[in-house]
Design a protein around this ligand. Structure first.
Ligand code: HPA
Ligand code: ZN
Length: 335
């Protein structure tokens, strides 16, 4: 089973690039940029990764991002993540970035986008890595700040497939961002939003009705509302679920309590993703392996989960068909 999960062709649809910054690279970049970290060593950084909720994580995650100043920094961080994809048979990745985390420190949005996209391009040329980029608005900031960020990104629109919504969920409902999302859709962007991670099912309804999202990020609290689960099934609405993240941030107490397979069995289009792998103890394969260890994930369930990811990805129909062919060929060869 371990080999099956590791070799399975996968897509990742919920990955914050700033959350892929491993402590070793954080220190290296901090040193070359002369940015001091409030930790003495890589070990001290890892020891600080004990979270009781989303906010405790976010406080340390934004601090880590302070080392990122130049194009090369964003390139190195992105390339390190893409190498993990290559090692783990992740053949397609849709990558979130948080421009406001950087522009609010005086880093130009073009520096961020050029650095990330340089790595995406090199990985595509080097080993055929497929990817898309999604701009996330920070929901603890204002709706006006989101709109301003969207306008700053318009010169780079060709490199961005969609917009999303992340950061502190409770107290920052999707409705706060309706105007920015309306404008984003008018400009041709697809939309997604984090909802129902810590926030109530009501936030998932709002993401669907007001932000008109194509996917819900996390969404695990949908299970508290049967009418909502019925709607997600009827609309084949994908949920980008992040098992290890949910345990690290205490959304569920332990993996055996996670509802991902319950949702899958009920017919919700759930997918597996790593969220912030440098902070949560693993990339895609570690997430699949944790589901197998705690919930007896079967090969059939794993195949359904990756099929859902390819179906939910923001690619052309011919690219999707190519992914499905690779998946089907793998399954035939590994029966
Ligand atoms: N939730 C909200 N905001 C985030 C997350 C998350 O899991 N990861 C990075 N920003
Ligand atoms: Zn996330």
């Amino acid at each position: 089973m371990k080999q099956f999960l590791e070799n399975l062709p996968k897509a990742e649809l919920h990955l914050h690039i700033e959350g892929s910054l491993e402590p070793e690279l954080m220190f290296e970049i901090g040193q070359r940029n002369g940015v001091k970290l409030p930790f003495a060593s890589v070990e001290d950084v890892r020891a600080a990764y004990q979270f009781h909720n989303l906010q405790e994580f976010l406080d340390i995650y934004y601090q880590g991002a302070n080392v990122l100043l130049y194009e090369r920094d964003f390139y190195d961080m992105t390339m390190a993540y893409l190498r993990r994809c290559q090692q783990q048979n992740v053949i397609h990745a849709e990558i979130f970035f948080d421009p406001q985390t950087h522009t609010d420190r005086g880093v130009d949005i073009g520096v961020v986008i050029n650095g990330i996209c340089g790595a995406l391009k090199d990985a595509e040329n080097e080993w055929g890595m497929s990817s898309r980029l999604i701009l996330c608005f920070l929901r603890h900031l204002s709706g006006e700040a989101a709109m301003e960020t969207l306008l700053q990104a318009l010169p780079y629109r060709d490199r961005i497939i969609g917009v999303g919504l992340d950061s502190s969920e409770v107290g920052h409902p999707p409705e706060k961002f309706k105007a920015a999302f309306d404008r984003a859709r008018e400009e041709g962007f697809l939309t997604v939003a984090h909802a129902g991670e810590e926030g109530p099912p009501e936030y998932i309804w709002q993401a669907l009705d007001l932000l008109k999202v194509s996917r819900i990020d996390h969404g695990v609290r949908c299970i508290e509302d049967n009418a909502l689960v019925d709607r997600l099934i009827a609309e084949k609405m994908p949920l980008t679920v992040c098992p290890l993240s949910n345990i690290k941030l205490c959304v569920f107490e332990k993996m055996a309590d996670h509802n991902l397979l319950q949702l899958l069995d009920r017919g919700v289009k759930v997918t597996v993703n790593s969220d912030d792998p440098a902070y949560f103890g693993g990339y895609m394969n570690e997430n699949f392996l944790a589901l197998h260890a705690a919930l007896d994930l079967t090969q059939e369930q794993a195949a359904s989960l990756v099929r859902n990811s390819f179906e939910a990805s923001f690619v052309s129909e011919s690219e999707r068909a190519g992914f499905m062919n690779r998946l089907d060929a793998f399954l035939v060869a590994n029966q």
